[in-house]
Design a protein around this ligand. Structure first.
Ligand SMILES: [Zn+2]
Length: 601
């Protein structure tokens, strides 16, 4: 079956990377293993594990003999930062049939022509401090090389910047830059750089710092401390990737140096690069703290899907309400009071920073119940602008007879008045003093006087349809679960969706507010939706997982964590993507799809 933007596997032509395996992702950052003896966990340091094949500028070289304990740099030509791409391409790196783990010295422009396990960005140190250049180089390199090969930034990392480098997509680093800074008298921690000779306190317990306080004057000691600080930070990064919290960490780390702030902004502008690699079901709670939070993939993607894929299926008025600290909102005391006053006579949408707007059917859907934010009652100008733009897009995409804004002053009301002026639907305001005071709640109930009530079944059916739209694409909800042919069992949010013969089509996963399809549901998705996300496999019946080498084609729109159909000459099934669609096709190793149900053909 042909799917949109389907990618065919070029397995035969691709480099067979035996020595680098990606084990886990957190956006573009990865936890991987460089399989030399002993193995190196990434993001990590390779320093003394590297054997250099030497420069081709000075001699023609064969390359060193294989060493199971080392990463061998293939004979190469280095180019100064800023060398014209045409010059670089005129001297492609040499590819050998070296039997061990290999690294090739490349630029983003020359990487595609060479096969290696790891790619070293040749002019990276010259770009450090220049946010745009570093981001362009790392992103360009990662886009040019296979998904299961590593990126080594030699001579760049220190405790202040290594989290941002890893977040951008670097896997391997060394201590060269941290050591050099130490010899120059700079004392580094993740919190910043200080003059070692002017320290009043040593904020560190490494062997150098533990027995004393105040200035450090021995350059070798400062260098040793800097390397220790880099190693501590690398541990923190690996733990953050494991927990799915690296973005929280880099939003803090971006404040340490202005160029790191710039680097995070530049990276966020590479939205497609980050979005493709970001799971639709994040593991961790988002600790929303800064305006950078609004630019996260999880936040932007939710806003895009709510204003693009989701559609309101209620004919009732819209009630806009403020979010609550407690998630999901409907379990909070304030929202229970709102729902009592509304009494099934309106569609409810919560306004919130940093999510934007949350329709009631999607209040469980990641990240709507997975964030914590500072509740000061005062929003920044950026937050007001963001929520207003999402609300405006939402009201342009959905039709309502009228809007009842049951919102407090301070931000919410400002946004509503701003949006009211740009859209073609009348607004009524029902809050006096505070949304939960008796007078406000009575005004809300009165504003809905005469409206018809919808049933619980109607609400729940529209909920699973809305989630299907959000997950699978606009209009898919109605095709997959037509109202007259859909039977629901269970108690919200643990809903089971069945057809009229009581065959189960899907279950709702309360943790992420997403649907998991059964085989019958998967067959119906394939039948009703030509663009259903599909992974084409070879002639085998997968057990447990589909591994990347077994993938022939995959939809380029597939994101980690998404439902996918598994389709091949010997089997049909449904599961959850572990990699994005492009990576499934490129990778030679690793799990591509976590299979839930499969049947032999
Ligand atoms: Zn120290």
């Amino acid at each position: 079956m042909a799917t949109r933007n389907t990618l065919a596997s070029h397995a035969a032509a691709a480099a067979m990377t035996e020595f680098f395996e990606v084990l886990d992702h957190d956006g573009a950052a990865r936890a991987a293993e460089l399989r030399i003896d002993p193995p190196v966990r990434t993001p990590g340091r390779v320093d003394d594990r590297v054997v250099d094949g030497g420069s081709l500028w000075t001699a023609a070289r064969e390359g060193p003999s294989p060493d199971a304990a080392a990463l061998t740099i293939l004979p190469h030509r280095g180019f100064p930062a800023g060398t014209d791409d045409r010059v670089v391409r005129a001297f492609p790196p040499t590819t050998t049939d070296h039997a061990g783990a290999t690294a090739a010295v490349v630029t983003a422009g020359s990487a595609e022509a060479v096969e290696a396990d790891v790619y070293i960005l040749s002019d990276a140190p010259g770009k450090m401090g220049h946010a745009a250049a570093v981001v362009e180089a790392i992103v360009g390199l990662r886009e040019a090389i296979p998904a299961d090969t590593g990126v080594y930034l030699a001579g760049c990392a220190d405790a202040t910047n290594v989290a941002m480098l890893a977040y951008a997509g670097a896997d391997l680093v060394d201590a060269t830059a941290a050591t050099a800074a130490g010899y120059d008298g700079w004392y580094q921690t993740a919190m910043g750089t200080e003059v070692a000779a002017e320290l009043t306190e040593r904020p560190c317990m490494c062997p150098v710092c533990v027995d004393g306080s105040g200035p450090l004057t021995d350059p070798a000691a400062v260098a040793a401390h800097n390397v220790h600080a880099l190693d501590v930070e690398l541990r923190r990064i690996r733990a953050a990737i494991d927990a799915g919290t690296l973005r929280d960490h880099v939003e803090t780390q971006a404040r340490v140096d202005q160029w790191l702030t710039g680097m995070l902004r530049r990276l966020d502008q590479q939205y497609g690069y980050l979005e493709r690699r970001s799971a639709v079901n994040g593991r961790a709670t988002i600790r929303a703290t800064t305006d950078d939070t609004l630019r996260r993939v999880a936040i932007q993607r939710y806003a895009q899907r709510v204003t693009g894929r989701y559609q309101n299926r209620f004919d009732h008025p819209l009630v806009l309400v403020p979010c609550s600290a407690r998630k999901p909102y409907s379990t909070s005391q304030s929202h229970r009071q709102f729902y009592d006053a509304i009494d099934y006579r309106a569609h409810v949408v919560s306004m919130t920073s940093p999510i934007g707007v949350v329709p009631m059917e999607l209040e469980l859907t990641y990240p709507a119940q997975h964030y914590d934010t500072v509740v000061t009652g005062r929003w920044s100008a950026t937050e007001i602008e963001f929520v207003a733009s999402v609300l405006e897009r939402y009201l342009s995409a959905n039709t309502y007879p009228r809007v009842i804004a049951h919102v407090p002053d301070e931000g919410y009301r400002t946004i509503c008045e701003q949006v009211e002026a740009t859209v073609d639907v009348p607004f009524t305001y029902t809050v006096t003093e505070h949304p939960t005071v008796e007078r406000s709640l009575r005004a809300l109930a009165d504003a809905l006087d005469g409206e018809l009530r919808y049933s619980k079944h109607e609400r729940e059916t529209k909920t699973v349809q809305a989630i299907a739209d959000y997950q699978f694409g606009r209009d898919v909800g109605a095709a997959l679960f037509p109202r007259s042919e859909t039977v629901l069992h269970g108690r919200y949010p643990k809903l089971q969706v069945c057809d009229t013969d009581d065959e189960q089509l899907a279950v709702m996963v309360p943790q992420y507010g997403l649907l998991a399809l059964s085989l019958a549901g998967a067959r119906r998705w394939q039948r009703t939706t030509p663009e259903a996300a599909t992974v084409r496999i070879d002639g085998f019946v997968p057990h447990g997982d589909v591994l990347a080498p077994g993938v022939l084609e995959a939809d380029a729109q597939i994101r980690p964590g998404e439902e996918v159909l598994i389709d091949g000459p010997a089997a049909f099934g449904v599961g959850r993507a572990v990699m994005d669609g492009e990576a499934m096709v490129e990778a030679q190793r690793g799990v591509a799809v976590d299979v839930r149900h499969v049947e032999a053909r």
